[in-house]
Design a binder for this molecule. Structure first.
Ligand code: SF4
Length: 368
């Protein structure tokens, strides 16, 4: 194993980077406002060995829930922000880390620069001793960079670099970066490129929307096996689509992969692993609009198990990331409260009730 070259950062009581152990993370999938269920899920993840647990915070009601949740858990808490970065000032006393997505800072307050918004986040983080994660996702990359680069991996890396530059310029050092995609090959390439460029910046590794076990674990394992032995990766998350009560499987999977890598056990991957139907599905979070989404993901997997086509089907749990994160798939499904939006590549085909969507998907696959 190559020695890591990253600087140390602190997240609550946890020190990451350099020679410190690789921390394992997960995210609560329950509605943040459902305080009892969220506390129970966070503590079950903590009991399973999670070092850090992330929660989606989108509204004032989520902020109020967070203040109660904070008092009911010892785990390091990370808040996941979407467009509304201004909410950070209300939640900073209750968290240890904040994650923002550079691609989402473009939507609100278009008259303000991205640097202004990042500096605002950093000044609050500095005041409350928070760590920041610059969380770049291929499916929601900064629209300006998407336009500029034909290679989306290059766009991701440049987005991360620009945001590091903003933080470095104002002297904020307690941060890390993630560069995620549902394609493990892109995750490997993006992280190698970024690490070559900025070897001192700690990295959070993950394959986003990896899908259900076992495929989701295999995709993640492939990426981790290629990166961790060469000193890339200070913290990890295995993102799996699972029923809420089984979320701790993400932690067990992450720990198993780390143990195998440390002890030199690497898995061979069947040659045709990615040659059949590839299902991408989000790991779900508080933003899921209808829990039926998880059953739909399972049903699509069952439906396609014996089909011999080379297709990618993406299934996402909400309207926040669903529209963008399904763009690269042949068939995209993003779930709303009472039905599912169906896309073929970037084209929206229609909105279908949950009880009708599976048949529609089957017909479309058969027509390929
Ligand atoms: S797609 Fe939506 S529901 Fe799924 S993890 Fe992302 S934000 Fe959460």
């Amino acid at each position: 194993m190559k020695k890591r070259t990253t600087r140390e950062i602190t997240i609550g009581n946890i020190i990451l980077g350099n020679n410190n152990p690789i921390a394992v993370q997960s995210m609560a999938a329950t509605k943040t406002t459902d305080v009892d269920r969220t506390i129970s899920q966070i503590n079950s993840l903590h009991d399973a060995g999670a070092d850090i647990v992330r929660i989606a915070i989108d509204s004032k009601k989520d902020c109020a829930a967070l203040s109660i949740i904070r008092n009911a858990t010892q785990v390091a808490l990370s808040a996941d922000l979407q467009e509304n970065y201004r909410i950070l000032k209300d939640i900073a006393p209750y968290i240890d880390k904040v994650r923002y997505n550079p691609g989402h800072l473009h939507h609100h307050e278009k008259n303000k620069s991205i640097a202004y918004k990042v500096e605002n986040i950093a000044s609050i983080a500095a005041k409350y001793n928070l760590a920041i994660r610059i969380g770049v996702n291929c499916g929601s990359v900064d629209p300006v960079l998407k336009e500029k680069f034909s290679d989306d991996v290059q766009a991701m890396v440049e987005s991360a670099r620009q945001h590091c530059e903003i933080l470095e310029n104002i002297g904020f050092r307690n941060y890390l970066v993630s560069l995620k995609d549902s394609d493990y090959n892109k995750v490997i390439r993006a992280n190698k490129l970024f690490h070559d460029m900025m070897p001192e910046i700690p990295i959070h590794l993950g394959v986003t929307e990896a899908g259900m076990p076992p495929e989701g674990i295999i995709k993640t394992r492939i990426a981790f096996e290629q990166l961790i032995p060469i000193g890339i990766g200070d913290t990890i998350r295995v993102s799996l689509t699972l029923p809420f009560e089984e979320k701790k499987q993400e932690i067990y999977a992450g720990k198993n992969i780390l143990k195998d890598i440390t002890e030199g056990r690497f898995r061979s991957v069947p040659t045709l692993f990615n040659e059949k139907i590839n299902i991408i599905s989000c790991p779900s979070c508080s933003r899921v609009e209808n829990e039926v989404f998880i059953d739909l993901a399972k049903d699509v997997k069952k439906l396609t198990q014996k089909m011999d086509k080379k297709l990618t089907i993406a299934i996402m749990g909400c309207r926040v990331n669903g529209p963008g994160e399904t763009d690269d798939a042949d068939i995209g499904l993003w779930c709303g409260p009472s039905g599912v939006n169906l896309k073929l590549k970037t084209k929206l085909i229609g909105h279908f009730k949950y009880n009708l969507i599976l048949k529609k998907v089957e017909d479309i696959i058969n027509s390929y």
